[in-house]
Write a protein that binds this ligand. Structure first.
Ligand code: NAD
Length: 354
């Protein structure tokens, strides 16, 4: 039987809780292949146990796997450490070392959750967009960078090759979807954005069917809330994509619903877009759906589309039947725990697939 080796990286905060639910679902879903899991340390827990937010063994394990399923990292406890020792550095290094340049963040609306979003129904109904965020360059990685006593600076830098690589991914995706690509930048101020515009405009000549537009990031952050239906694929650089995708989570109702795939030439990593949510960690309150959807994206990436669809259908049905975790239930006391949501998704998978 076909076997995939999956590196599991639960990380910190709610990481273990949400990964456990994804594992339950992956375990229960009917499949004609095997998933072989191996767990690795990353983030704050890796700092505590191995004095390194990305131990060599974890990096090697990730590199030698077919895919990585990741929870979340970070927490106040490690915030005062020097930069290289902080949990976030572990994740940034992992992304860079794996070369996972394309971060794919779909924003989908569940009709059953139209009331969970603070936005009006008529604005969010039928929204279906994907944010493509460049993940391993830009200001998070640029040199020089420093924090001095009275001055600090970072560098936002992009090469033509880096822009072409991510833009190709976005054009190809738009071509398969509704053929609209909006490149979000700050070309009125930033030279890096001006280069993005030149490169992306040039590439558009090879994609006759894709309607390309450009939008400044300040306007885009407003348009995402005022009229999100106008977007199909949004292409943007690292920092803008990080911020815009958190904003976009408001459209769907909760950050606990947004999954992501980070794709490189040889390997891909799957994780919810949210962080380690220290405020609810250890209380069985997290929404595990973003992580379960990330696991489903992982199966799709591995070519196991049928199995991924079974998981997605079960999530649709659970939500349709009115089950909500606390983040979605607003002020209502009628909500299910993280583990209960996982159990329900497993139950629906079993019921719907005999
Ligand atoms: P966060 O995403 O962890 O939390 C923001 C808010 O959303 C919190 O109120 C939290 O309770 C809520 N939330 C997040 N995920 C949820 C879920 N699944 N279900 C229900 N509610 C959820 O962002 P933050 O508070 O700014 O950061 C906390 C820590 O996470 C920091 O250390 C930060 O650096 C780290 N972080 C990690 C990642 C990652 O691992 N990829 C991403 C972002 C932030």
């Amino acid at each position: 039987m076909k076997t995939y080796n999956i590196a599991l990286m639960p990380g910190d905060g709610i990481g273990t809780e949400i990964i456990n639910e994804a594992l339950k679902v992956l375990d229960s879903v009917p499949k004609d292949f095997k998933l072989n899991f191996k767990e690795y340390l990353i983030g704050g827990i890796a700092v505590d146990k191995a004095s390194n937010p990305l131990p060599q063994d974890s990096l090697e394990g990730a590199k030698n796997s077919d895919a990585i399923l990741f929870g979340a990292i970070g927490g106040e406890k490690w915030d005062k450490l020097e930069r290289d020792l902080r949990p976030e550095s572990g994740l940034l290094r992992l992304r860079k070392e794996l070369g996972i340049y394309a971060n794919v963040r779909p924003v989908r609306i569940y009709n059953a959750l139209l009331d969970s979003s603070p936005l009006k129904k008529n604005i969010i109904e039928n929204v279906d967009l994907v944010i493509i965020r460049e993940l391993i360059s830009g200001i998070y990685f640029g040199e020089p960078r420093a924090k001095e006593k009275d001055r600090a600076y970072n560098t936002m830098a992009y090469t033509k090759n880096e822009i072409e690589r991510i833009a190709k991914y976005a054009f190809d995706l738009a071509n398969k979807r509704n053929k609209k690509l909006c490149c979000v930048d700050k070309a009125n101020v930033l030279e890096t954005s001006q280069l993005w515009r030149e490169v992306v405009s040039e590439m558009a000549k090879d994609y006759d069917d894709v309607k390309l537009s450009f939008m400044y990031v300040d306007n885009a952050s407003m348009q995402l809330i005022v009229n999100p239906k106008q977007f199909d694929v949004i292409l943007t650089e690292n920092l803008f994509g990080d911020i815009l995708s958190d904003e976009a989570s408001v459209i769907s109702g909760s950050i606990g619903l947004l999954s992501s795939a980070s794709i490189g030439e040889n390997i891909a990593l799957f994780e919810p877009i949210h962080g380690s949510a220290p405020d609810i960690a250890g209380q069985n309150l997290a929404n595990p759906i973003a992580t379960i959807l990330s696991a489903s994206m992982m199966l799709e990436h591995l070519g196991e589309t049928k199995t991924a669809k079974i998981i997605n259908n079960a999530i649709d049905s659970v939500l349709k039947d009115g089950y909500k975790t606390k983040d979605l239930a607003k002020d209502s006391k009628d909500f299910c725990s993280c583990s209960k949501m996982g159990d329900l998704i497993v139950k629906y998978i079993k019921e719907q697939n005999g």
